[in-house]
Design a protein around this ligand. Structure first.
Ligand code: UTP
Length: 289
């Protein structure tokens, strides 16, 4: 049985790499094909058996709350017009009463600080964190793969993938000495955004975590790290004596916090959609891509 029932969604960042799109629209509400990023994230969490959804928001992010709430006027109008399919689409998005919890990070002090903001709401030994702007296209949802492989005895678990050496300065990077079964990697250390010539490997952490709630003790006293922010990676590093397992997920990850990654995600998700695939191919032909 999956013991992970709570997931934190930090959605309080500035999204400055995607301005001006994110000036008044939360980055996590950016749409890939036909759904906002945060909906993909919540669907992934639901598929993994998550029952409590904690959103760490900030000013200007109320569109996220509205997205998972009832919308009586729209529902009434769709019902009156017999738009049954559209109605079920928006009804499926809703989270049940009490399932969604919204709290605010009052200043964008970093991902670690955003997670710390949720500490009073986490009652379990372990919980998940999903960064919605890291979108994963997979046959089996990424967090589900992780919860199935998770063992508390191995310590914290992070989703990982290999990146080119010249990209290592964009990620938390694992230091490893053994590669247990290829899918699980026992880490000796994790370094946030190392200089390229100092990266201990090419194994990069993506925005999927299963963390022991003792992480809050470390986050409470954590000093700002890379970029002057309270880094989640630094708290994970402080817990290394309790173990850190990198999990090589099956699937393709897109950094939708950047224009390039978002564009690529749209292509890949459209291509994976049987109703859009042929249209996409025809469109690429039309423009001689
Ligand atoms: P990013 O590192 O992508 O930062 O955050 P950002 O501020 O959103 O975007 P840029 O770098 O300015 O373009 C990764 C995730 O952590 C959340 C973000 O909302 C995103 O989901 N985050 C980051 C917070 O919730 N609070 C923070 O202080 C920083």
């Amino acid at each position: 049985m999956n013991p992970i029932k709570t997931c934190i969604f930090p959605v309080a960042g500035l999204g400055s790499r995607f301005l001006p799109a994110t000036k008044s629209i939360p980055k996590e509400m950016m749409v890939v094909v036909d759904k906002p990023l945060i909906q993909y994230a919540v669907e992934e969490a639901k598929a993994a058996g998550i029952e409590r959804f904690i959103f760490v928001t900030s000013q200007g992010k109320t569109a996220i709350e509205d997205h998972f709430d009832s919308c009586p006027m729209l529902e009434m109008a769709l019902r009156a017009r017999g738009k049954v399919q559209e109605l079920s689409l928006i009804e499926d998005i809703k989270l049940n009463p009490g399932q969604a919890i919204y709290i605010r990070q009052q200043a964008p002090l970093g991902l670690g600080h955003a997670v710390l903001c949720a500490q009073e709401l986490v009652n379990e030994d372990a919980f998940a964190v999903i960064l919605a702007d890291d979108l994963v296209l997979a046959d089996h949802p990424c967090l589900q793969q992780m919860t199935q492989a998770y063992s508390p005895l191995e310590g914290n678990m992070v989703g990982v993938m290999e990146v080119p050496y010249d990209h290592t300065n964009r990620y938390g990077i694992l230091k490893t000495s053994q590669d247990a079964d290829g899918q699980k990697i026992i880490a000796e250390a994790v370094v946030e955004k190392p200089a390229i010539d100092q990266a201990p490997s090419r194994i990069a952490v993506i925005g999927r975590y299963i963390l022991n709630s003792q992480i809050f003790q470390h986050l409470r006293t954590q000093k700002p790290g890379a970029g002057g922010e309270i880094q989640l990676t630094d708290a994970i590093q402080a817990m290394i004596p309790r173990g850190l397992c990198g999990f090589r997920f099956q699937g393709q990850r897109f950094d939708c916090g950047t224009k390039e990654g978002w564009l690529e995600a749209n292509m890949a998700f459209a291509y994976a959609d049987p109703q859009l695939k042929d249209h996409l191919k025809a469109m690429l032909d039309k423009y001689h891509f």
